[in-house]
Design a binder for this molecule. Structure first.
Ligand code: NAD
Length: 353
């Protein structure tokens, strides 16, 4: 089905409100989830509504939580998300980092025990809009282990995204947002819901054999995701575990059942303080023009900067709506019913206006 973003956002907000979140929290979760669909990352959009509601019911994520700043220095802080919704504790943490970077030119913020932070690209975008460069390293604090190490076949790392944002004078920010594995787990879930295969070379079965069948990944014993780019993505994934797990205090991947939470190390830099004057902005612009002036690999092809694809997808989906497969829609309405929304209330939430 095709659904307009505002209608989907209203429905998702009403589900979280009914599940016990304050109105502002429910709206914030809905806004970030729908935003992920808008920019084309369905893996981190409303497909998460049903698992988030399950986690809330199980106490794995806590409604209406605020951050605790456990260590507060001038240029760095350690923050405990106390298992609050990532969309809420994540944003609060970034606002703390923004304030420190404005004052000192640089800030390092170690966040642990955040509920799922969703699409990490939301945070560099928020900071870039405030004129800041920022870098992010994210793991799952010991839960959600998905990725085999280079040369191994058993899960030892989480998807471990790295994200970064750079403000561009007079244009959209450069926005890099990638997991360090060959495919984000959410995209395997999307493929499972749609009944399609995953790209070749992304996952292996429990015996270490290549497969493109998403069901094999969730089988018992389970398969694993491969790092992207062999030893290179693997090396970055190890670095992420250390920065987002050990250095935040949230923990690295390990044996034993742990609830999925995100640890995130953020580095925020104020270019206006490191390079006062107009030269930084001018150099970034010059460099973008240089990159885009390359001949293209195919006739009529185009060179995009990180972030451009999402921006275009966003414009298209805002105009034409968000496509949801039947399974995902069924899971969302199922979650709505479990929190007590009636079919009439669901209809009212997605009605025009
Ligand atoms: P991906 O492989 O889709 O890569 C996205 C990045 O590549 C973006 O920066 C995009 O602009 C850039 N890109 C794509 N095509 C491009 C092109 N033609 N030219 C230039 N740049 C291009 O990302 P992914 O690894 O599948 O991750 C998807 C999402 O999953 C991300 O938003 C990530 O933050 C999220 N994620 C979150 C968690 C978590 O624990 N919260 C874990 C893993 C992934």
């Amino acid at each position: 089905m095709l659904i307009a973003a505002p209608a989907l956002e209203r429905l998702v907000a009403s589900i979280f409100y009914k599940a016990g979140c304050h109105e502002t929290e429910a709206n914030q979760i809905a806004r970030y989830l729908v935003e992920a669909n808008l920019v084309g990352h369905d893996s981190h959009g409303v497909i998460r509504v049903a698992p988030y509601i399950d986690w809330l019911r199980d106490g794995r994520v806590v409604a209406n939580q605020s951050i605790e700043v456990v260590l507060d220095a001038e240029t760095f802080a350690v923050v405990d998300g106390r298992f609050g919704f990532g969309q809420v504790v994540g944003e609060a943490t970034m606002r703390l980092g923004l304030e420190k970077a404005r004052r000192h030119g640089v800030a390092v913020i170690a966040l642990k025990n955040a509920g799922h932070l969703g699409r990490i690209g939301d945070w560099p975008l928020l900071l870039a809009r405030e004129g800041m460069i920022s870098l992010y390293f994210v793991n799952t604090n010991g839960g959600g282990i998905l990725v085999a190490p280079f040369g191994g076949i058993e899960r030892r790392l989480s998807a471990n995204p790295i994200a970064a944002g750079v403000p561009v004078d007079g244009g959209s920010p450069i926005l890099l947002d990638i997991s360090t594995c060959a495919i984000a787990e959410g995209k395997i879930k999307v493929a499972l819901n749609k009944g399609v295969r995953v790209p070749a070379g992304a996952i292996i079965d429990a015996a270490g054999q290549p497969t493109d069948d998403p069901q094999v990944f969730y089988a018992n014993p389970p398969g694993a995701i491969l790092p992207f780019g062999g030893h290179k993505g693997y090396g970055l994934g190890i670095l992420v575990e250390i920065l987002a797990g050990a250095l935040t205090g949230g923990g690295c991947s390990r044996t034993g059942e742990r609830r999925v939470a995100n640890g995130m190390l953020s580095i925020i830099l104020d270019p206006a303080q490191l390079q006062p004057g107009d030269e930084f902005a001018a150099e970034v612009r010059r460099y973008i023009d240089f990159v885009k002036s390359s001949r293209t690999a195919v006739p009529g092809g185009e060179i995009l900067l990180p972030g451009e694809l999402e921006e275009r997808t966003r414009a298209a989906r805002l105009a034409h709506g968000i496509e949801l497969d039947d399974n995902t829609w069924g899971q969302i309405t199922g979650a709505a019913r479990t929190v007590g929304l009636t079919p009439r209330e669901i209809e009212a939430a997605i009605a025009d206006g």
